[in-house]
Design a protein around this ligand. Sequence first.
Ligand code: GUN
Ligand code: ZN
Length: 425
Amino acid sequence: MTLYRAAILDTPDDPFTGGRLRAELDGGLLVRAGVIVDRGGFADVRRRHPEEDLQTLDGGLLLPGLVDTHVHYPQVRAIGGLGMPLLEWLERYALPEEARLADPSYAASVADDFVRSLVRAGTTSALVFGAHFAPATDALFTRAAATGLRITSGLVLSDREMHDDLLITADEALQQSRALARKWHGTGRARYAVTPRFSLSCTDELLAVCGELVREIPDVWFTSHVNENLAEIAQVHEQFAGTYVGSYDAHGLLGPRSVLAHNVHVSDEELRLLGDRGAGVAHCPASNCSLGSGLFPLGRHLAHGVRVALGTDVGGGTGLSMFKEALQAYFVQQLRGPDGIPLGPVHLLHLATSAGAALLGLDHVGDLSVGKRFDALWLRGADDSLLQLNLRNASDAEGALAKAFALGTDAAVASVWIDGERLAP
Ligand code: GUN
Ligand code: ZN
């Protein structure tokens, strides 16, 4: 057993419905076999457990592990394609890199980079777009299992409108997805997600295969993109009768284990459908800003009861740091003016941790309550860093959290634990 002494902050109760920050600035947290078994003020927890090994995390903040609900592993080396809208960026920048993952040894080294970079950013759980190639998707699952990362992922499927070498037939999609799901769904911390790239790159026949997989594989996840960019949406409307969200719903793909990324330009009819189905949305503000996609209507999602968490959407996004992503979500709502939802640091922590865990059905993580698995990070900059300078001068726990989101970077992630096991950052 290990007793951690730290400033402990988390959001067990949703701040969008009145929940408040839970904070122990001199806290104690006892972990046994990966599970949090006691928590409180340090002096009290120490009194209850005088003999346990003590680890003092001095300065900085102990936070729940971050949850990235939308990120593309094959794009980890393709960050920084600035100045292009979505479809041009895919064509010129992202897809040529994705095609390189046809080579299994190249894919294995990209998977290595991706998993290591995700952990360094303090991310402990993620819903990850795999590759268009089964061996490359297998390589991601293999690397994540070796590291301990909690991932949900799947083979990315397209049968139209993409580079030829990224296309698959409906039958191949069925067989290869099935085989990967059989190997990885429920193996260790891995789960499988049926992953058509987006309606634009899928025929109805391929989406029907996705529906077959969703019905066939117990508790499988579903993820894709939706309503990201106006030119993309116009093409989807030419291709399918009905709405963009409806193109997935027509094949039974929307439910509580479905996560659609972006959803920037969405109608009320579509929001009602998402709310009715219990499907979640991954808000990817850095990508939406970088590709000029638009300013996410968070308030309308909340009003329709659509669950929202954050995704970095690398490489459309500009990095794997969920601190930066959450700060960008704050900026976007500021820029929406009167239509924006004013986000405070407690909302940002919730969106980056407990909301993400809930969206991904990971009830055993997301906050640092007794009984939860110990997935956590210690945010602690160098003594002379601007982050530490500001943390030392924070007025209270909420003020410290605001500084964490304003100034937190991958470099300040000093330790990461998954299931109580410390991973090298
Ligand atoms: N839509 C389809 N593919 C992608 C992708 O790789 N990134 C983003 N941002 N949107 C997409
Ligand atoms: Zn994406």
